[in-house]
Each structure stands twice: as structure tokens, then as C-alpha cells.
Design a protein around this ligand. Structure first.
Ligand code: NAD
Ligand code: WQD
Length: 337
């Protein structure tokens, strides 16, 4: 099948491109390079020994999207493109809504025009808000989001649900990712944050490599086993494979469906640091700091629905995630976006 990956040069998109190519699909990538490097194209091709087609376009440019649909018979779109830094979204809400919402509307309009009505959307566990129903199943209602980034995901889910209600020819899979970490085993693909990392794993890696002095652990007074926040860290390769399974499901005309992609296991921030130290044999300096605004105490998935309906489950454990994240950091220390 010919699959269009918007944002396909980014962290999760590039790993998904590899898994799709390995399964024999043709991959077309649209990415405006706002948070990715064009060198990722060659890296994907080196890993898979297969070619991809790349367009350096913006999803908000409807004419450019149309150009792609005129040139290719796209069977399905996996829509990763979007801005994702929670804190930035609080200070630049318009930029986030413009990029994430307007871009999605343009993409959907052209997909509809060219009768491509299959889409897999990158959503986020953050749409659940601060729920106390742990582990989180897909039955848990969406909650009050704490930032414009999470609202943009929640609103796009609503737009896609409305689209499906209006036209049952659409096949839509909403994937709610938990906390993706780690990198491709080759060390070629991974997460390169701009500036100071806001996510915990890239921050730990930068402390390990000496770029930063210590990790600030945001809060040790949560109602958890050691007082630090608990998350469902999932290896990005497992996450990428989840998209291949979702694609298989979509070709069976599944209508609208929704899946959590997580491991089902929750680890605390201190457990993550300790595991990183153990598997990589490196001391990570850390200091307990005040809680970060709007952080929740505990978030982990019940991933059974994806297992039963998509035949997908996460295979890699926290040790592998820490090992691969560090491997990537060491090989790409000097890479800047
Ligand atoms: P990323 O920033 O690495 O990848 C997103 C890609 O989209 C980048 O390559 C960027 O250049 C591109 N892009 C952004 N705006 C664009 C636009 N207007 N037109 C074309 N390309 C554009 O992010 P990621 O971590 O790979 O995340 C992929 C998707 O998954 C995003 O939608 C993100 O919100 C979602 N998500 C990520 C996480 C996470 O923790 N990484 C968790 C849940 C959901
Ligand atoms: C994890 C834990 C922090 C940094 C966010 C988004 C979510 C998704 C994934 C994009 C928390 C603690 C963190 C640090 C710390 N992103 N922490 N020191 O907040 O669960 O989720 O990223 O789509 O939508 O909300 O991930 O990695 O930022 O934090 O102590 O320097 O690590 O307090 O408990 P989060 P995170």
C-alpha cells in the first residue's frame, strides 16, 4: 500500500516509516522540517535499504497537499505532523491550534476530495486529563485538558469522530500514545529535542552525556510508592509497530476505533533513573525539585484492547528503553536541530 506519513521525519514518524518499509509498504513523507532534519531520510533508507519519497511541505498549505494526492494514489494517511511541546503550547496557543488544527482540517479536506478515507491519528494519553481510573482503559471518558497541546489532540479526535458520523466510508484509528522513549536499535533514529528537553528521558540522557549537570525530579510528594510521578514508558519501536497493526485493521474497514498504546506498566521517575544507571553503568545526578504545574501523579494504560483487536502488544522493557535511549545519545551527541 502507499502510505502518506505527515510529520514522517520526526521521532515517532521515522520509526514508523522503518516498520512500514520492512513490511513492504511504500512510504511517502510530508514534513516541513520544523522539528526534523532532512538527514533522517538517508538514515531510514540505510536501515531498510528501501527508498522513500519526500515532500518538504507544510500541512497548512492545502495546494501542496493536493499536489501529493494528484501524484500518488494514497491508500492511507498516518498523521503525525504537529507541534508537541506542552509548555510552549501554553505560551503560544494560537501557533499550536493553527498548526495542529488548521493543518489537520486541510489534510482531511484533500483526503476527502481524493476519496482517501483511511487515517491513523497520533493522539495522546493527555486527552484523559487527570483521571483517577488507573490503569486507564479506552472506556475512561476524556477529561479536562491542562494545556492547549492536549486540547488540540482532544479536538482533533472530536473532528474525526464527527467526520465518521457524517460519512461512514471513513476508517479512522485514534492511537493514544502514553510516554514514548528509546530509539531505533541502530542508534540512527531517535528524539533530538530543541533546547532544554522537557521530557524526562532526553533530559536523563543529556545529564549522562555531561550536557546538563543534574536531573530535576519534579515532586516527591505524590501519592505513589516513592513519591515521584508514575508513567507508562513505551519503547518507540513498539509504538511504531502498533501503527503497522492499526494499518492492517483499517484495511478491514473498521470504521472508527480508538486504542491506547502503552505497556500497561507504570514506573516512577526515580525507578527510571535507577534503571538507566544500572543498565548503562552511569551515575545520574538528580535533585528533588518542586512539582511541575499541571503534572498528574499516575498515568498508565490498560492496553488489552489493542492486544485483542489489533494483535499488538509492547515487547520491550524499561531496561531496553534506557539502553537504546543512551545508545542514541552517544551516537548523536553533537546533533542539533
Ligand atoms: P516530532 O516533533 O518529532 O515529529 C513531528 C513532525 O511533524 C516533525 O518532523 C515536524 O517537522 C513535523 N511537522 C510539524 N508541523 C508540521 C506542519 N505544519 N507541516 C508538516 N510537518 C510538520 O514529534 P513526535 O514525538 O514524533 O510526535 C509525533 C506525533 O505524535 C505528534 O502529533 C505528537 O503530538 C504525537 N504524540 C507524541 C508523543 C511524544 O511523547 N513524543 C506523545 C503523544 C502523542
Ligand atoms: C514524565 C514524568 C514529570 C522532566 C508529556 C505530555 C504528553 C506526551 C508525553 C507529547 C513526570 C517528570 C519530567 C524532568 C521530571 N507528549 N519529569 N523532570 O508530562 O508525562 O507527558 O510528554 O505528546 O502529552 O504531556 O512526560 O517526560 O515530561 O514527564 O521529574 O526534567 O517525569 O514530572 O512525572 P509527561 P514527561
Amino acid at each position: 500500500m502507499q502510505i502518506l506519513l505527515t510529520g514522517g521525519l520526526g521521532y515517532i514518524g521515522s520509526h514508523t516509516a522503518v516498520e512500514l518499509l520492512n513490511e513492504g509498504h511504500e512510504v511517502i513523507i510530508l514534513d516541513n522540517l520544523s522539528n526534523a532534519c532532512s538527514s533522517v531520510i538517508q538514515k531510514i533508507q540505510n536501515i531498510t535499504k528501501k527508498d522513500i519519497v519526500f515532500y518538504p511541505y507544510d500541512i497548512r498549505d492545502i495546494k501542496k497537499i493536493e499536489e501529493i494526492f494528484q501524484k500518488h494514489h494514497i491508500d492511507c494517511c498516518i498523521h503525525f505532523a504537529g507541534l508537541k511541546v506542552v509548555n510552549d503550547s501554553i505560551y503560544q496557543p494560537l501557533a499550536y491550534y493553527d498548526n495542529n488544527l488548521v493543518g489537520t482540517l486541510h489534510l482531511l479536506e484533500i483526503m476527502q476530495k481524493y476519496y482517501c478515507k483511511n487515517i491513523i491519528f497520533s493522539s495522546s494519553a493527555s486527552v484523559y486529563g487527570d483521571t483517577n481510573q488507573i490503569p486507564i482503559t479506552e472506556e475512561v471518558s476524556k477529561g479536562e485538558c491542562s494545556n492547549p497541546y492536549a486540547w488540540s489532540k482532544s479536538i482533533i479526535e472530536q473532528i474525526l469522530s464527527d467526520l465518521h458520523r457524517a460519512d461512514k466510508d471513513w476508517n479512522i484509528v485514534l492511537l493514544r500514545y502514553f510516554n514514548p522513549v528509546g530509539s531505533h536499535f541502530s542508534g540512527l533514529l531517535g528524539d533530538i529535542p530543541v533546547g532544554v528537553p522537557t521530557n524526562i528521558m532526553p533530559y536523563i540522557c543529556q545529564v549522562a552525556s555531561g550536557k546538563r549537570e543534574k536531573v530535576f525530579v519534579f515532586g516527591d510528594d505524590y501519592p505513589t510508592k516513592d513519591g515521584t510521578g508514575i508513567r507508562d514508558f513505551i519503547h518507540v519501536v513498539d509504538l511504531a509497530k502498533g501503527h503497522v497493526k492499526a494499518l492492517k485493521a483499517i484495511t478491514n474497514k473498521t470504521g472508527l476505533s480508538l486504542y491506547n498504546l502503552g505497556t500497561g506498566k507504570g514506573y516512577s521517575v526515580l525507578e527510571l533513573i535507577k534503571t538507566f544507571e544500572k543498565v548503562n553503568n552511569i551515575k545520574i545526578n538528580y535533585e528533588i525539585a518542586p512539582r511541575r504545574a499541571a503534572d498528574i501523579a499516575i498515568s498508565y494504560a490498560n492496553p488489552n484492547k489493542a492486544k485483542e483487536e489489533l494483535d499488538w502488544e509492547a515487547l520491550y522493557d524499561l531496561e531496553q528503553m534506557c539502553q537504546d535511549a543512551w545508545n542514541f545519545e552517544q551516537k548523536n551527541k553533537k546533533e542539533e536541530k
